[in-house]
Design a protein around this ligand. Sequence first.
Ligand code: G1P
Length: 316
Amino acid sequence: MNSTPARITKAVIPVAGLGTRFLPATKATPKEMLPVVDKPAIQYVVEEAVSAGMSDVLMVTGRNKRPLEDHFDRNYELEETLRRKGDNDKLERACAPTDLGDIHYVRQGDPLGLGHAVLCAAPHVGHEPFAVLLGDDLIDPRDPLLSRMTEIRAQYGGSVVALMEVDPGQIHLYGCAAVERTADGDTVRITDLIEKPAPGEAPSNYAVIGRYVLDPEIFDVLRGTEPGRGGEIQLTDALRELSTGTTGGPVHGVVFSGRRYDTGDRAEYLRATVRLACERKDLGPEFRSWLHAFVAADTGGRPDIAAGPGLLRPAA
Ligand code: G1P
């Protein structure tokens, strides 16, 4: 154990990525601004950080990411118009992102990789433990993960990553961890890490998902981390050094078994939108009935309603 447990108040969210998987939607709009139901994906991520007590949020941005700053800033004209109309519900929704926390921005400049993006946060973070949240991963708010990770950091020191067991055929898409059990059922000690292993080289099917609680020692390691997979400076490689080295460790993994949506993938993004819409109190009941009818029609179970426009009518 290398440092005393401290409350973690800072979160870093790298948002400099180009989002090419969503072209053309992301040609002029940052991928983080794509709505999941009626809220941009990034807002869910900031809400998650804030609800785990991390109200100091640093976004590591790049070119064309101005809409993110505008989203979390005031929009006086809009607010004034809604206030004048007395439309408090919409006013509340417009102000919610601004009232979330204390949001800061730093530009990454050169897109040298996730490890480099995290290193850009060093001057803001200083010498304290901090969290990193990747914007492509949405964690369902009913399955808190970050607060469990901070508990594990308080217990063991060092750094903590979130892991999920994935189909072995998918592990090449992720950082992959070699692990040992601990006395805590959901927690493992990480003994090695490989970024996006080639088939046959993965030591397990434990995938790193986009949540990290990091010891500030990571910055020193990142300063010396050579470009790795894809010619980029990889956070996984720096964590590997912490997990196998003598300072700055240990590295633990919390095995997450809750609901996670990868909004960086088009099919998963659609699933996330449908699931979250179904669960919304305001939209859910009507949307669910429509969806049941749609699926039944699609599978031939309800040929009577397969005629198209009828599907869009509110369910009785
Ligand atoms: C990044 C990390 C990878 C991790 C993944 C989780 O990769 O480098 O280790 O498993 O996020 O989403 P990316 O998906 O940004 O290529």
